[in-house]
Design a protein around this ligand. Structure first.
Ligand SMILES: Nc1ncnc2c1ncn2[C@@H]1O[C@H](COP(=O)(O)OP(=O)(O)OP(=O)(O)O)[C@@H](O)[C@H]1O
Ligand SMILES: [Mg+2]
Length: 485
């Protein structure tokens, strides 16, 4: 049986089934770009649309995830009275919660429980005492764990046709349960506008939306998407933690790693890991490509590299600089003596010096260099202090290939499957795929999938949409095809 299908957490709310797909990825991606959810769902009247956005922001106390929902209703304005009921005076959580608590709704109770003033006010209005058991002991092991403490503010716009909910959770503390809680709150607000049974029998899928609406740019690559490489990914996570907590570093006089060298065969995920690390840190990503440096004019390359580092010393926000294919930019050409190799050596010397200066001058910058040929890179360039973390990124073993298949297929499902459209068959055997793809890298596996997708799309185009989901046999055939076996 396939575990590729990331049928995430499913929960029932007010008769509706809600499915949260890949909530961890949603949260990780939201650090970099706002993630929009639920936009294409359909809603009972008078609700027209709901936009739920997860994004991130910097607050004095540190970075936070922000959850925002706006519920738009029919053009005809709702009565102020109805809206006012939603917001219960100035009380942020509002009457909608109060009513739900009164009705014994467990989610509402959990959300309000422990949220401080708002909850107290809501309970008071209902003439209830706060629950006697402390919140902590009531949630053990349930989805409510992280729900407690999620406080949503409810506001409405002038016209009275849009209701907005918002909530924030510290980045270090945010979990899928917060997302679930916020979705629950949003549905409560919807319910309040539509009437008690309006959601019964409906199904909502909360997942990152289609490629066509949110392009799957490199910006959205996260460490969670990397298959295998557990040790390496963990090491990068640690580095990210050190970057997100400059205060702790300063307190102990610790210096966080600022130079990482990744080496290994093509297509094993080095560039992907760099981008994912930038996202994990919440850093800007600056890729330096060979043509940016190498210049055929005398002195041009030196000037370019100096300029790149001059800029880097001024970066105010955490920035990851990627020197991809490092060996082609920076290597000693030996003592050949012709102008070209002298120029290359000069570039390498300047790089070395600039890298030292940069690390002294700007703790916000992290430099990642990747190469397929570590032996071509001069030792003095990568000696400790400049690149203090060296990661070998090997080809994936069988278990890792299974994981890469699983993660890629999950992503495709999350991005493309929709009600009435199943992309992959239910009986995929990832173990068999992993065994068949011996010697392949992550990039190869991506290509295997790309080919099958294209073949299916063409079949679809010719037959007018009557095409079966991608089967195990089709995947195996594509693996054999790519391997030339
Ligand atoms: N371990 C992995 N897990 C998930 N996807 C992977 C993995 N390795 C590679 N990929 C996929 O393959 C694509 C290409 O990998 P990437 O460009 O990161 O390889 P690379 O190591 O930088 O290769 P090169 O040395 O040729 O630059 C990635 O964008 C990703 O989709
Ligand atoms: Mg690369």
């Amino acid at each position: 049986m396939s575990d590729a299908r990331a049928r995430g957490e499913t929960f029932e709310y007010a008769g509706a089934t809600v499915e949260l797909v890949d909530a961890t990825t949603v949260l990780a991606a939201a650090r970099v770009n706002p993630v929009e959810l639920l936009r294409r769902a359909s809603w009972p009247s008078p609700v027209q649309r709901v936009d739920l956005t997860v994004s991130s922001a910097d607050r004095d106390g540190g970075p936070v995830h922000t959850f925002a929902a706006s519920i738009s209703t029919a053009d005809e304005p709702l009565s102020k009275e109805r809206i006012r009921k939603l917001v219960l005076g100035n009380d942020p959580v509002g009457l909608l919660l109060a009513k739900r608590i009164e009705a014994g709704d467990p989610i509402a109770t959990r959300i309000v429980d422990g949220v401080g003033a708002a909850a107290a006010a809501a309970y008071r209005r209902l003439g209830l005492d706060r629950p006697d058991k402390p919140a902590a002991s009531r949630q053990a092991g349930t989805i409510a764990d992280a729900v407690v403490g999620l406080q949503a503010t409810v506001t409405y716009d002038e016209s009275g046709t849009v209701v907005r909910l918002s909530a924030e959770v510290a980045r270090d503390e945010v979990t899928p349960a917060h997302l679930q809680a916020f979705v629950g709150l949003t549905l409560q607000a919807v319910l309040e506008l539509t009437g008690p049974d309006a959601l019964t029998g409906r199904r909502y899928v909360v997942s990152r939306e289609n490629i066509s609406t949110t392009p799957a740019t490199t910006k959205t690559v996260t460490l969670d998407m990397v298959g295998g490489l557990t040790k390496e990914v963990n090491e990068l996570r640690e580095i990210a933690v050190s970057f997100r907590h400059p205060d702790s570093m300063a307190r102990w006089g610790a210096q966080r790693p600022q130079g990482i060298l990744m080496y290994g065969p093509p297509g094993t995920g080095k560039t992907m890991l760099s981008r994912a690390l930038a996202n994990e840190i919440g850093a800007d990503f600056r890729e330096i490509r060979t043509p940016e440096i190498l210049d055929k004019w005398l002195g041009g390359s030196e000037r370019n590299i100096k300029q790149i580092f001059r800029d880097a010393r001024r970066y105010r926000v955490p920035t990851l600089m990627l020197f991809d294919e490092f060996d082609s930019i920076i290597s000693y050409a030996g003592s050949g003596g012709d102008a070209a190799s002298q120029a290359i050596n000069a570039v390498a010397g300047i790089f070395k010096q600039e890298m030292n200066d940069l690390i002294e001058a700007n703790p916000n910058v992290i430099v990642v260099a990747t190469t397929n040929f570590p032996h071509r890179v001069d030792d003095s360039l990568i000696r400790s202090g400049r690149f203090d973390v060296k990661l070998s990124i090997p080809k994936p073993d069988e278990a890792s290939r299974a994981e890469i298949f699983r993660k890629m297929i999950r992503q495709l499902i999350a991005a493309h499957e929709a009600p009435g459209f199943q992309m992959f068959a239910d009986d995929l055997d990832l173990t068999a795929l992993a065994a068949a793809s011996h010697g392949m890298t992550g990039a190869d596996i991506k290509e295997v999938l790309r080919r099958v997708q294209l073949a299916k799309a063409m079949q679809d185009a010719r037959s007018g949409g009557r095409v079966d989901p991608i089967s195990q046999e089709e995947l195996l055939a594509s693996v054999r095809d790519l391997a030339g076996r």
